[in-house]
Design a protein around this ligand. Structure first.
Ligand code: ZN
Length: 176
């Protein structure tokens, strides 16, 4: 690049219709792009920072236009990439919300079945027994009240454990 005649951008643009140069599409530098006279009598825009070039043209005007088109394309591309990133984030968020709402649905369903089970033994149909009498009667046939209670408790706990396991597996998708 040293053998090239560098022309100050401001000087040149003041005297001709050469458009203001956009930042370098390769390194992003705002001030490094310069108008350059090439040895073969052609003209170009060169970046002082990363040495990229516009290609060689008959006039500075064409070189600057080509440079700016390239810079504009890069701007659009990076905007598009930015947009793509946001779109994919939005899709991901949508999937997460869908998963969460599915999980919520399952949890709600399980909770509903637990409360239905609780309602299956209303006091008006199954009133509290006279435990003294029950104990006496059971004792007469060699059964303890504790054995009956334990058996009932096992039945309930087995049912509740089943629901707990359902809840556990329903919540699993949220861990991923
Ligand atoms: Zn550059």
């Amino acid at each position: 690049m040293n053998e090239l005649t560098r022309i100050q951008k401001s000087e040149k643009t003041m005297t001709t219709d050469i458009p203001e140069l956009k930042p370098c599409p390769f390194c992003g530098s705002k001030y490094a792009p310069q108008l350059c006279d090439m040895p073969n009598g052609k003209h170009a825009v060169c970046c002082d920072k990363c040495n990229s070039e516009s290609g060689y043209f008959e006039s500075f005007c064409e070189a600057a236009a080509a440079w700016n088109i390239r810079a504009h394309e890069n701007e659009q591309l990076s905007k598009a990439e930015h947009l793509d990133k946001w779109i994919s984030r939005a899709h991901k968020a949508e999937t997460t919300i869908k998963t969460q709402s599915d999980v919520l649905e399952k949890v709600r369903d399980t909770a509903h079945r637990i409360s239905q089970w609780c309602d299956a033994y209303p006091l008006d149909i199954f009133p509290e027994p006279d435990f003294k009498l029950a104990r006496k009667g059971l004792k007469s046939v060699g059964i303890t009240m504790d054995a009956v209670s334990a058996s009932n408790m096992r039945h309930v706990l087995k049912g509740i454990t089943g629901y707990a396991k359902e809840l556990e597996s329903a919540l699993k998708p949220l861990e991923d």
